[in-house]
Design a protein around this ligand. Structure first.
Ligand SMILES: Nc1nc2c(ncn2[C@@H]2O[C@H](COP(=O)(O)OP(=O)(O)OP(=O)(O)O)[C@@H](O)[C@H]2O)c(=O)[nH]1
Ligand SMILES: [Mg+2]
Length: 432
């Protein structure tokens, strides 16, 4: 057990309105006494206080004291909300470090202490990193739901009956004479299997949330794809010119559409008789179209026989057709129109894309690839257990159930290895 007191700047580097310094450990209060002599803080109440370093006044700060064990880390915690000046924050941290047994915190060390002291469980610790790293509203919601404990509860709902089932099967092994027919386990086992399948589906949905959708702009040359791309990205990323065949390489950017992360791709326009490099570009367009979740066909209002060839590039269910250069149209058609130049119809297009991608439904609770992999093992083991009910021995069924149980335990963090903790906390920033 380590007894060092740790200190770190908890806010992002650089200037800001406020900067927060966090201190945790047995000497947290001593650090506070050094910086704000004479202050006797009321637990969990913000107090405006003068901070001093070597007698000199350095700032007016809001001071908070959270006595352990009812604090974030489970230890005594002090938070100093100073003005957000990087030099000032450093001066205060350096002063704190002069207190004996105080050192700088490593990445994620506050959360790690919270985990060690039972203040958060692993699913919540992981949710904290995901929340900090979230790139879209959907990721924020997924991480926040896990932080609130939703994942822990759902896992527990599967874990408890599985644990009981496992105990019963082991009992049967120990006292074979009392053995009922192993088939009597079937209802419970099937319910567990259902639960495991739901969790797996949720993990797949979460992977989708993390990766986001792939939206590809395609269509004939000069349709205005790059202009629209630039408008959606909010920056002049792609070259725009009235010469057909301007874009030759697929270009991608990450944008948020309806709260979801989307990779948006601008592609080389399609036409007959393109030169060699342009033809290579069109080849690339066709490749990325295969993977697209939504392919936006941007085309002129009056398209002739070519329209069917453009449509044929992508199956109907993944294609969204829009007419470009809406600002030049004198009559509205049946297909929605959009102008990358002046923004007409862009909001409506985003709404259509968002509807096609589907929205985050709160089911995407499970975090990452690691969870998905373990949950697949849970489901597979339970399927084998169910199959073994007919024509196999109790040993086999019990063995599979116990495999499922330990894979589920991995997700719950019941048996966490040091290496996995190190890997998790390496993703944290200092001060978290
Ligand atoms: N009036 C009007 N002109 C546009 C609009 N979008 C693009 N243009 C013009 O149309 C020409 C082609 O635009 P791009 O955005 O380069 O078209 P593209 O589809 O990327 O073309 P390629 O890369 O050659 O396939 C340029 O001269 C643009 O200024 C629009 O919404 N309205
Ligand atoms: Mg282009």
């Amino acid at each position: 057990m380590e007894h060092a007191t740790i200190v770190a700047i908890a806010t992002a580097p650089g200037r800001g309105a406020i900067g927060v310094i966090r201190v945790s450990g047995p000497r947290a209060k001593a650090v506070l006494q050094r910086l704000a002599p004479g202050l006797s803080p009321v637990p969990r109440v913000a107090t405006l206080s003068t901070l001093r370093v070597d007698e000199a006044v350095v700032d007016q700060a809001l001071v908070l004291f959270f006595p352990g064990p009812k604090s974030f880390t489970g230890e005594d915690v002090v938070e100093l909300h100073t003005h957000g000046a990087p030099r000032l924050l450093n001066v205060v941290v350096q002063a704190a470090l002069r207190e004996p047994e105080v050192r700088l915190a490593g990445p994620g060390e506050f959360t790690r202490r919270a985990l060690m002291n039972g203040r958060v469980d692993l699913t919540r610790a992981e949710a904290i990193v995901d929340l900090v790293e979230a790139r879209s509203e959907a990721e924020v919601k997924s991480a926040a739901a896990r932080l609130e404990g939703a994942l822990a509860r759902v896992l527990e709902e599967l874990y408890q009956p599985l644990l009981q089932l496992s105990a019963e099967l082991e009992g049967t092994l120990d006292f074979p004479d009392d053995a009922e027919d192993v088939g009597s386990c079937a209802p419970v086992l099937n319910r567990c299997l259902e639960g495991a399948r739901r969790l797996e589906a949720s993990a797949r949905a979460a992977t989708q949330v993390r990766q986001g959708g792939l939206v590809v702009l395609y269509g004939p040359v000069n349709a205005g794809k790059s202009t629209l791309f630039n408008r959606l990205v909010g920056a002049a990323r792609a070259l725009v010119d009235d010469e057909p065949g301007t874009t030759r390489d697929a270009l991608e950017a990450t944008v948020e559409v309806g709260g979801q992360l989307v990779t948006l791709v601008d592609t080389a326009g399609l036409r007959e008789g393109a030169g060699r490099v342009e033809a290579l570009g069109m080849e690339r367009t066709r490749q990325v179209l295969q993977e697209a979740d939504v392919a936006v066909l941007l085309r002129p209002q009056d398209a002739g026989a070519e329209l069917e060839t453009w449509r044929a590039e992508v199956p109907d269910e993944r294609r969204l057709e829009v007419v470009g250069k809406a600002d030049l149209l004198d009559r509205a058609g049946s297909v929605p129109a959009v102008s990358g130049l002046n923004g007409t119809g862009v909001e409506a297009l985003l709404a259509l894309i968002s509807a096609r991608l589907g929205t985050f439904d709160g089911e995407a609770l499970v975090a990452g690839a690691r969870h998905l992999e373990a949950l697949i093992r849970v489901r597979e083991a339970l399927e084998r257990a169910r199959d073994a009910l007919v024509g196999s021995t109790v040993e086999v069924v019990a063995g599979e159930v116990s495999l499922a149980l330990s894979a589920l335990g991995e997700v719950m963090g019941l048996d966490v290895s040091q290496a996995r903790l190190d890997a998790l906390f390496a993703r944290f920033c200092i001060g978290k």
